[in-house]
Design a protein around this ligand. Sequence first.
Ligand SMILES: *Cc1c(COP(=O)(O)O)cnc(C)c1O
Length: 477
Amino acid sequence: MSESGEAKTSAAEVDYEHLAAPEPNGEVSGIWPLTAQRADDGALTIGGVSVAQIASDFGTPVYVIDEVDFRTRAAAWKPAMDEAFADLAGADVYYACKAFASVGVCGWALEEGLRLDACSEGEMRTAFGAGAKGEQIGLHGNNKSRREIEMAIDNGVAHLVVDSLAELAHVADVAHWGDDGGTVAKVVLRVTAGIHAGGHEAISTGHEDQKFGLSIASGAAWEAICETQRNQRLELVGLHSHIGSQIFTPEAFSQAARALLDLRARTAAEFGVVLPEIDFGGGYGVRYTAADPVAPAPADYARALAAAVREHVEASGLAAPRVSIEPGRSIVAPAGVTVYSVGAIKDVPLEGGKSRKYVAVDGGMSDNIRTALYDAAYTAALANRESDAPSAVTRVVGKHCESGDIVVRDVALPEDIAFGDILAVPVTGAYGRSMASNYNMLPRPGVLAVREGKAHWLIYQEEVPDLLSLDADYIGE
Ligand SMILES: *Cc1c(COP(=O)(O)O)cnc(C)c1O
């Protein structure tokens, strides 16, 4: 798996076999969006639109999202879960907006039968902007503001996922404070079951020593359950766990399921309350490069979860819970590609008489922080043409004042790559734009949707004047 958290800096460790980007093949397990193709002249097209044309019409860097790809992946989850949980109490799929949120994309998710998982005022307002009703939204976060809690309660969101005892008190306080003499907040408790799954430490959240969740082992989770039973402002509707990201093993989710269901059984035994919901979070893996395994299909994860739930309810005799999950990356990451223009190129000598080719592009860590943050692996390909030139091990870097500003650590690209070529980096639909920054005062790239030969903006390109418009002294002049 690519996100091991171990630096892959030495040339000896380079996985030469998987260095070249595979060609687009129209498959769900591919690296490129489903509609990506090479045209007869060798140029890359996505959604029937030439990537080189996008670059010249809209500029670079720019994110491109394949609407058909997004909808296909979103639409796969709902029936997979419905089918697996048909003999239980059914299932809901929440698209995790943090992976990438815009009104357009949230609208696609809703149209494909998904709900939306938001964790801030901005994400909630984007979801409302897409036409989501309160009951189609779940609110997350480990430090919700009063305003966010009020917005959630006033709009009747499905549930607030509460992360700590302090937050539970805060939510109860805000519910109490409502104008109409107070309301009851429907809460789900996020618990940590001690299960560690997925890639880099910063994205593995099921173990104990981290900021998220109420620990089952320490007793905090149980204390929170007891508090909800004492406090009339809180209605406990379920339990939640999110065990990490980039998880390729359905068994990890089954393990978390058993821990949550045990806690649910204890709540039933102690308080006579059978919690109606269980939420297993997100974290379903995607392939970033040819070196990554092919991820299990939604149906594989769904069946593993349903088997764990079925076994538990049969053994405990309790009514089945309604189950929800929150995939983000697995829906939007493969739908997105970042398009850059190639700028300065240099060969840097390495030990042993070798050299490494550095290709600088017109973006970098401000539009994709994942390589610097998690040592994530990506691949890249020429988008404006094909080349018969032999390939060279190349490092794609950005234009920021930081040596860690790497977009693709190692990739085989044609030796004749040149200034002005267009480079496409696939699988950047998740956590690219949503984690983008203005480092070095770079405007954040816009996001284009492509479909059936047409491109349109989902999020406009930021311009330098947008940044300066927030500079008090600049405006004051
Ligand atoms: C990040 C996160 C998700 C989405 O994770 P993906 O890896 O994008 O599927 C879902 N739920 C919670 C609580 C999260 O923190």
